[in-house]
Design a protein. Structure first.
Length: 319
């Protein structure tokens, strides 16, 4: 049986597909997302507590490099095989180079349930992979715009402000802040919060995924079959990118749990940070296409099929 939290995503997806009146109030969803990001940061910081001296810079740089390489590799695929315009290709590549916090939360729950070994810095992977893709694709957009002589000074200012907003976004602040607090205080200092936040992590995740199921159904109905190439891309790409994460994890000689997390993050696509950044920096991009691919197809494919398969691959390779 899959992890219990997956059942909540399936429930939300089913409710949305049959057009149920089930809804998660926006205020509740906002609260869930805040608590989930903060809890993930705290868990990572607690794991780092007392182990900072063991951080391997090569490992962290390799993860950051992965965040730059993936979107640049996907861009020509999107323009030549998927056959979409350069602007939308940049947008979608940025989404797929960035990562899904929801997928990260699910895979961390899987790792904890399976008892797989994690490196203390594994939680940092989410933060390290969140921004590079957005930054490099905004640069590519500026570069291509400059070649066509249509880049203007106001647009430069907009992109600079978007980069600032990305670095100070809610998700990044909560994750980084949680890591710092968890690292400074450790398990002993966080003991008063452990029953509520850490003990209730799976409950938070289950309710969050219930809402994600509802949103996924909304994005996919009706399914735009005329975009069949993009739909195929969104369904197939996660399995290819997962192997990129596995390959880097094996090269770095990471334990099985960390390899699985890196594979899941590599296979995921952003539906929070990237849409906000791209919408502000490249207003002519069709964000609906990116959301259809990342949230409508890739997220459920990863949660329902991909993550258990990635775990099977990792266990076979590391056995």
């Amino acid at each position: 049986m899959p992890d219990i939290v997956i059942a909540f995503f399936a429930l939300g997806l089913l409710a949305g597909l049959v057009k149920s009146d089930l809804k998660v109030p926006p205020a509740i969803y906002e609260t869930l997302s805040i608590l989930l990001m903060l809890t993930l940061g705290l868990k990572g910081g607690m794991a780092l507590h007392g182990h900072t001296q063991n951080l391997v810079i090569t490992e962290l740089l390799a993860v950051i490099a992965l965040g730059f390489i993936i979107p640049l590799a996907l861009y020509p695929v999107l323009t030549r095989l998927v056959r979409i315009g350069h602007t939308d290709a940049i947008s979608i590549a940025a989404h797929y180079g960035s990562v899904s916090a929801g997928t990260f939360a699910v895979v961390m729950a899987m790792v904890e349930k399976s008892g797989l070994i994690l490196r203390p810095e594994t939680t940092l992977y989410l933060v390290l992979l969140e921004l590079p893709a957005i930054v490099v694709m905004l640069w590519l957009h500026r570069y291509l715009s400059a070649k066509k002589a249509i880049e203007t000074s106001p647009k430069n200012e907009t992109q600079s402000s978007v980069l600032h907003e990305a670095l100070t976004s809610r998700g990044v602040v909560l994750l980084v802040g949680g890591v710092v607090i968890g690292w400074l205080y450790g398990p002993t200092g966080l003991a008063p919060l452990t029953p509520v936040l850490l003990g209730g992590f799976k409950t938070l995740l289950a309710l969050f995924l219930l809402e994600m199921g509802l949103v996924t159904a909304k994005v996919c109905l009706p399914l735009p079959l005329k975009q069949w190439r993009l739909l195929v891309f969104a369904a197939v790409t996660p399995f290819v990118l997962a192997w990129c994460g596995i390959a880097v994890g094996l090269w770095l000689d990471l334990p099985s749990g960390s390899i699985l997390v890196l594979a899941a993050l590599s296979a995921s696509a952003s539906y929070i940070a990237a849409p906000a950044a791209i919408r502000a920096a490249i207003p002519e991009a069709n964000i609906g296409l990116a959301m259809l691919a990342s949230l409508g197809i890739t997220f459920p494919v990863n949660v329902l099929i991909g993550l258990p398969l990635y775990q099977h691959w990792v266990m076979l390779i590391t056995a």
